[in-house]
Structures are given as structure tokens and as C-alpha cells.
Design a protein around this ligand. Structure first.
Ligand code: FES
Length: 176
């Protein structure tokens, strides 16, 4: 693995033919970069990772992260560190619907283990795995900051709180 510190790259416009990050994603990333002082474009790394992850069916690749590192003028390792620290970033393909079950203290005390077990039995998979049809991934995560609604989970970008096995079944039923 090599690390490169790239001096403030120019705007990406006009040099995209060999890039994997799409023109649309660069445009979205540029909006985030514009929120920070010019010398701190690295501050956009988290939203930028979300943008490239969403554009890549929900997961990051090393090639994408390397390209982003170059664009933000960061060492590649610094991008990997951010992308591997936060549980919302994925490094292998995930299902169409990612169900992140919080199993931290409040959720654990109020029944997250039962919810997780229910999903494991329902789908026949363990946390970190995806159903054979590619529809659902289940994942165990730390506190998502919604302890008052424990037990809870995150599906896509939506929080679902005060879960019971019946309630999560009803939620999943509505997903295509
Ligand atoms: S402990 Fe589950 S959201 Fe905080």
C-alpha cells in the first residue's frame, strides 16, 4: 500500500475520463468541499464517502477510496482509517436493504438480542451476511444515538424504534 499526499488538486471538471467516481458524485462532493475553507477540503471526507458508497450499490472499494484520497488531497491511509472506523461504511457488497441492529446497552437491555435472533432465523443468515437473493443484509452495530427508542435499527436512511419481532416483520413486509 502506498500513501500519497496530493497538493490541493484543482476542480475535477474536465479530467474525468479515466475516473471511477462519476461526474454526478464529483458534483455532489464539490458541494460539500465548498462548505469548508479551501485548505481544508479533507473535511468533506465523510459525506464524500457516503456519496461514493451510495453510487456503488452501498459499498466502498479500495480503488474508489484511493481516487477520493487523491481528490481530497489526503493520504490514502487516512481515508481508509475513516472508512473503517464508522460502521455505516461497507467494504464488501451488501443487500438491497441493510438492516443495522443496534446491540449497545440500551437496546440490549430492551430486547435487541431477540430482534437480532428473530432476523437470523427469518433469513437464515448471521450478522454481516446477505440473503442469497441479495435483498437483505443484517448487521450488528454500536449505539446509533436513538437510545430513547430502544430497541432500534437503521434500514437504509430510516430509524425504526421500539422494535418487536412483529413490528420489524411489518416494516420488512413493506420493502420491495
Ligand atoms: S443503545 Fe441502541 S441506539 Fe443507543
Amino acid at each position: 500500500m502506498t500513501t500519497n499526499v496530493v497538493e490541493q488538486p484543482a476542480s475535477h471538471a474536465g479530467s474525468m475520463q479515466e475516473k471511477l467516481i462519476s461526474r454526478e458524485s464529483y458534483a455532489a462532493i464539490d458541494k460539500w468541499i465548498a462548505k469548508y475553507p479551501a485548505e481544508n477540503r479533507q473535511a468533506a471526507v465523510i459525506p464524500a464517502l457516503h456519496i461514493i458508497q451510495n453510487a456503488n450499490n452501498g459499498y466502498l472499494t479500495r480503488v474508489l477510496m484511493d481516487e477520493l484520497a487523491q481528490y481530497l488531497g489526503m493520504p490514502e491511509i487516512a481515508v481508509y482509517e475513516v472508512a473503517s472506523f464508522y460502521s455505516m461504511f461497507e467494504h464488501k457488497p451488501v443487500g438491497k436493504h441493510k438492516i443495522s441492529i443496534c446491540t449497545n446497552i440500551s437496546c440490549m437491555l430492551l430486547g435487541s438480542e431477540e430482534i437480532l435472533k428473530h432476523l437470523e432465523n427469518k433469513f437464515g443468515i448471521k450478522p454481516g451476511q446477505t440473503t442469497p437473493d441479495g435483498k437483505f443484509t443484517i448487521k450488528e452495530v454500536e449505539c446509533l444515538g436513538a437510545c430513547v427508542g430502544a430497541p432500534m435499527c437503521l434500514i437504509g436512511r430510516e430509524y425504526h424504534e421500539h422494535l418487536t419481532p412483529e413490528k420489524i416483520d411489518a416494516i420488512l413486509e413493506k420493502l420491495d
